[in-house]
Design a protein around this ligand. Structure first.
Ligand code: PXP
Length: 236
């Protein structure tokens, strides 16, 4: 069975919609753990649109599993990560205007900047994973950077417009996972995975862990709504 990392960013998105304290992503993370999540993923974005420093500090203190901090290589964020010391840092590209992480980190173009961030994080004992496209050049550069973990971006596969396209992107992921595993990397995957498309990715042997957020939070809203309404109705 694959390991599941649950991304709780969108619980924080909902909190930010009212600017208050609820729903608390920390509480949500604990519920995910009780349901069997193997790790909790949270992205501290430079614009703090959902997760904030308080969240990752308390997550680090309270989680019984592992905190996987998604983050850019910006100096300010690296500094915070070094202070909080999550179990793992997953380095991702970040653009202010994007709705979600759009592509993998370009390990070839940003080699030196990534190297610098990796050294600082690793010096603090934080494991580093790179979120990259399923591409041999990116995997080779990840190896050169000395990291032992990568997360393959499944966004293209998830966004396929038809079965044929999906087959092509699935094969791309299979080939990349196989190539990376042969280079002794630990291989994870995520982005855009949902209840309809996850099975085929879960069938790729070399992939150890899937990191999933949006679809799980969406499902939770729908499946939890009936009980929430009933509870309110009983009160009034
Ligand atoms: N893995 C990484 C590196 C991501 O950036 C994201 C999105 O924050 C995910 C996994 C989860 O993607 P989704 O929310 O589409 O399941």
């Amino acid at each position: 069975m694959k390991k599941l990392g649950v991304n709780i960013d969108h619980v924080a998105t909902l909190r930010q919609a009212r600017g208050g304290l609820e729903p608390d992503p920390v509480l949500a993370a604990l519920v995910c753990e009780m349901a069997g999540a193997d790790s909790i993923v949270a992205h501290l974005r430079e614009d703090r649109r959902h997760i904030n420093e308080r969240d990752i500090r308390i997550l680090k203190q309270t989680l019984k599993t592992k905190l996987n901090l998604e983050m850019s290589i910006a100096e300010e964020i690296v500094k915070i990560a070094c202070a909080v010391e999550p179990y793992q840092a997953t380095l991702v590209p970040e653009k202010r205007k994007e709705l979600t992480t759009e592509g993998g980190l370009n390990t070839v173009v940003y080699f030196n900047k990534i190297k610098c961030a990796c050294s600082k994080l690793e010096n603090q004992g934080i494991l580093v994973s790179l979120f990259i496209d399923p591409d041999k050049k990116q995997i080779d550069a990840a190896c050169k950077l000395g990291v032992r973990r990568i997360e393959l971006h499944t966004g293209k596969y998830a966004g396929s417009k038809n079965e044929n396209e999906q087959k092509i992107y699935l094969e791309e992921l299979r080939t990349a996972a196989d190539y990376a595993k042969a280079k002794n990397l630990r291989v994870f995957a995520g982005h855009g995975l949902n209840y309809q498309n996850v099975k085929q990715i879960a069938g790729i042997e070399e992939i150890e862990e899937l990191n999933i957020g949006h679809s799980i939070i969406c499902q939770a809203v729908i499946t939890g709504l009936k009980q929430a309404v009933r509870q309110m109705k009983a009160l009034i």
